[in-house]
Design a protein around this ligand. Structure first.
Ligand code: AMP
Length: 374
């Protein structure tokens, strides 16, 4: 990867068949690259736009070997791809980000330690390997708290808010797989994310920090830029840059933070890939998070993204989200992105819509005004 950018027509392998891979593949196509999507869902959003596809399980060794021989670089679009899959490819073909990055972000215990070691403050936490650890963890962390699986949790799956020891015991019995982590419940005033991209030459660029609102633990809205003091946004970007550099990451890294009333940021989690809270960049910036991810893993120099509008992004979730589409399609200034999912199951991310506003508008518009009919 150090011998200059990938040539036009080169093949980018993407592990994972979801919408993040789909939007990355569309960016890759703009730069003249082909994409080969690998994953178990034959009709996943990424499969639909790829130039080549392998529908196989992540532990299908023969399929992985063939895939490694057919692509010039491999990336992944979600961090629950088994570590063994990327480790099996690493060495046979360039992988960006590498297997070590995946390991840092797959396990909440590893992730928390990694963030703290990189100088990013995190809230109180304790590991819960078994029922025997629970009392000590509660004593260390306090209540209320959030009990989470260390692996395979997303969009609120694999976690429970606990207010009492009885709650915690019940959640411990319910949550799987073990081990678990007990985190102090953080009384945040806002949730913030920062997205950075790091190139093969080690240069790092970042987007404006974003303010995120969740409904039922699923991202509902992102406001870009976050309506926070400039120094706080800059700190979030600096932390995300430090985390990318500390793990020699090539590609995009998203970091979620809790903002406390006193202006402090606490790191929550990181995702070494384009992130839902960065979808607004497709419509409000000169280069999107997907463009930067592809540029980074293809070995191009990175330029700092420029935001030409304020933006509000709304996720379209399940059948209810899809029902909004006709009205949204008729709204001037709203960009609709649909992921090609046939079945609108509850909680499923079907698409998103971004409303661009004049630069600075988020600073003076109330939420309702900023959202318009979104
Ligand atoms: P996560 O999967 O860790 O991003 O958690 C999903 C959402 O649950 C977060 O975006 C928060 O809204 C909430 N949450 C998770 N952990 C905590 C915590 N320790 N304190 C308060 N809220 C939390």
């Amino acid at each position: 990867m150090s011998s200059g950018p990938l040539a036009p027509g080169a093949r980018i392998g993407i592990l994972g068949t979801g919408q993040l891979g789909r939007m990355s593949a569309l960016s890759a196509a703009r730069l003249g690259y082909r994409t080969h999507v690998f994953g178990p869902e034959a009709d996943g959003p990424g499969m639909q736009v790829a130039t080549a596809r392998t529908c196989a399980a992540y532990d299908d060794t023969a399929a992985l070997t063939a895939f490694a021989g057919q692509v010039d670089v491999v990336t992944f679009e979600f961090e629950n791809v088994p570590h063994a899959t990327l480790a099996a490819l690493d060495g046979r073909v360039a992988c960006a980000p590498g297997a070590q990055v995946l390991a840092n972000c797959q396990d909440r215990l590893v992730e928390k330690r990694f963030m703290a070691a990189a100088g990013v403050p995190v809230g109180p936490w304790a590991p819960v390997e078994s029922a025997a650890d629970l009392a000590a963890a509660i004593a260390a962390v306090g209540l209320p708290a959030v009990l989470k699986t260390t692996r395979l949790g997303y969009d609120g799956r694999g976690q429970a808010v606990v207010h009492t020891v009885e709650d915690a015991k019940a959640a411990l019995a319910r949550l799987a797989p073990h081990p678990l982590i007990l985190e102090a419940f953080i009384p945040f005033v806002a949730e913030i994310s920062a997205i950075v991209a790091r190139g093969t030459d080690g240069s790092v660029v970042s987007f404006d920090a974003v303010e995120n609102r969740h409904t039922h633990h699923i991202l509902d809205l992102s406001f870009a830029p976050a309506r926070i003091p400039a120094g706080v946004g800059a700190a979030a970007r600096r932390h995300a840059m430090a985390l990318a550099t500390a793990q020699d990451l090539v590609g995009v890294l998203a970091v979620e933070f809790f903002l406390l009333a006193d202006g402090r940021l606490l790191g929550n989690e990181m995702a070494p890939r384009p992130h839902n809270s960065g979808h607004w960049t497709m419509d409000a910036c000169d280069v999107s998070q997907f463009d930067l991810h592809i540029r980074a893993i293809a070995g191009w120099p990175l330029t700092a993204p420029a935001r030409h509008a304020d933006a509000v992004m709304r996720n379209l979730i399940g059948a209810e989200g899809m029902a909004r589409c006709p009205a949204m399609m008729a709204m001037p200034g709203v960009a609709l992105h649909l992921y090609g999912k046939a079945e609108a199951r509850p909680g499923r991310k079907m698409g998103h819509a971004t409303r661009c506003l004049p630069l600075g508008a988020l600073g003076y518009l109330p939420d309702a005004g900023a959202l318009g009919e979104l």
